[in-house]
Write a new protein. Structure first.
Length: 45
């Protein structure tokens, strides 16, 4: 599983977006802000 690091945030200040029609099955770990428009089945840290 790849780990992605983003150096810059967008103009909204949100560094990670799970967009509409996207489903994540598993754990999500983020040091920054997270916007979820899709679905997450697992834990958020």
């Amino acid at each position: 599983m790849a780990k992605l690091n983003y150096e810059q945030e967008s103009s909204t200040g949100i560094s990670n977006i799970i967009s509409n029609r996207t489903t994540i099955k598993g754990d999500v770990i983020s040091d920054g802000d997270l916007k979820i428009d899709g679905n997450v089945e697992g834990s958020l840290n």
